[in-house]
Design a protein around this ligand. Structure first.
Ligand code: AHG
Ligand code: MN
Ligand code: MN
Length: 333
């Protein structure tokens, strides 16, 4: 087998190899960031395996309990949450974790004297209501550096998105895809379950400048501010298609790959929008901007919002720059 045949279309860079090579670019790197991403990758593989066997293991459906959001927790919400806390909790350098499923941040270490520890926020299972119907779900994560000025470590969890040092998601779909950024572009990996490794498939993901597709739950349209109604009317009249999976990770991934715009505006039942700033909108906003896209909440850049609560909800419009501009043109007129 000649060398070309061996490597043709065959990706030989694992996530671990990628992280080691990235770390070598920073002589003073301690390896703690690598440990955080390694923990997230391990949890992602664990969650992927549980999702694939959910119906077989009878872990579908609701727990019978609500989370801090007042939302019925799915059994796999709790399983995924525990997997992330256990994988991150055993790693040096993680000071605080904060989850959609827990009221308050969990302080893993008050020792802020050492290496600047990380704060990891996550939505352990996004779109979890899709599980029962074998729809795509995901995990979303955001990584901040501990803010030494914070009087208490947990206050470090409330920093604007511009302070993120990393962000990403795992999409549990027909394949398991890891998309991440550390602020120098966006990389995409696909899990090869036969060897248990995430393999690099794109080391510089760029979102198309435009794409005639919007993703929104248009059942809410009647209660959205008029500008959003005018945008949808314009888009429908301009030959746009509408695609909506009901899981932010699935909808955002489609837009990252094909172009378009994702919107969750203010609605009657969610006057500030439904999606959470700290562990849904901020990480997706970082990914979008790093891939050449945009993310706004109302007419404010999402990552500039100064958070005042861990589970704060914001409206969001994100995706291709031209498509976000079309929405902004309608909602700010
Ligand atoms: P989660 O399952 O983490 O609560 O997130 C669900 C979110 C998000 O994934 C999706 O974009 C949105 O809810 C869908 O909301 P609607 O069902 O109101 O359209
Ligand atoms: Mn979610
Ligand atoms: Mn969730």
């Amino acid at each position: 087998m000649d060398n070309d045949t061996l490597t043709a279309g065959h990706n030989l860079t694992s996530l671990q190899t990628f992280l080691i090579s990235e770390r070598s670019k920073y002589p003073h790197a301690t390896g703690r960031y690598t440990m955080v991403l390694s923990a997230l990758s391990l949890a992602g593989k664990f969650i992927a395996a549980r999702c694939r066997r959910a119906r077989l293991e009878d872990v579908l459906g609701a727990m019978g309990s609500d989370n801090v959001q007042g939302e019925a927790q799915q059994k796999l919400d709790v399983i995924a949450n525990e997997a992330l806390i256990r994988s991150l909790g055993s790693r040096p350098g993680v000071a605080v974790v904060a989850s959609e499923e827990d009221d308050n941040p969990i302080v893993l270490s008050n020792d802020t004297s050492g290496e600047r520890p990380y704060v990891v926020l996550f939505d352990p299972l996004d779109g979890s209501s899709n599980l029962d119907v074998c729809g795509s779900v995901g995990t979303i994560f955001s990584i901040l550096l501990h803010d030494r000025r914070a009087e208490h470590v947990e206050e470090s969890a409330l920093q604007p998105g511009l302070r993120q040092v990393g962000a990403g998601y795992v999409l549990y779909g027909p394949s398991t895809v890891l998309v991440l950024t550390a602020g120098t572009g966006v990389q995409m990996f696909v899990l090869d379950p036969t060897i248990g490794s995430f393999l690099l498939v794109d080391d510089d993901v760029r979102i198309p400048e435009a794409g005639k597709s919007y993703s929104m739950n248009t059942a809410n349209l009647g209660s959205c501010p008029e500008g959003y109604q005018r945008y949808v009317e314009w888009a429908n009249g301009s030959g746009y298609s509408m695609r909506y999976a009901g899981a932010m990770v699935a909808d955002v991934h489609r837009i990252l790959m094909k172009g378009g715009v994702f919107l969750y505006p203010p609605t009657a039942s969610a006057p500030s929008g439904k999606l959470r700033l700290m562990y849904e909108c901020n990480p997706m906003a970082m990914l979008m901007e790093q891939a050449g896209g945009k993310s706004y909440s109302g007419t404010q850049r999402t990552m500039e919002i100064q958070p005042d609560a861990l589970h704060q909800r914001v409206p969001v419009v994100l995706g291709s720059p031209d498509e976000v501009d079309h929405v902004l043109r309608h909602i700010s007129s």
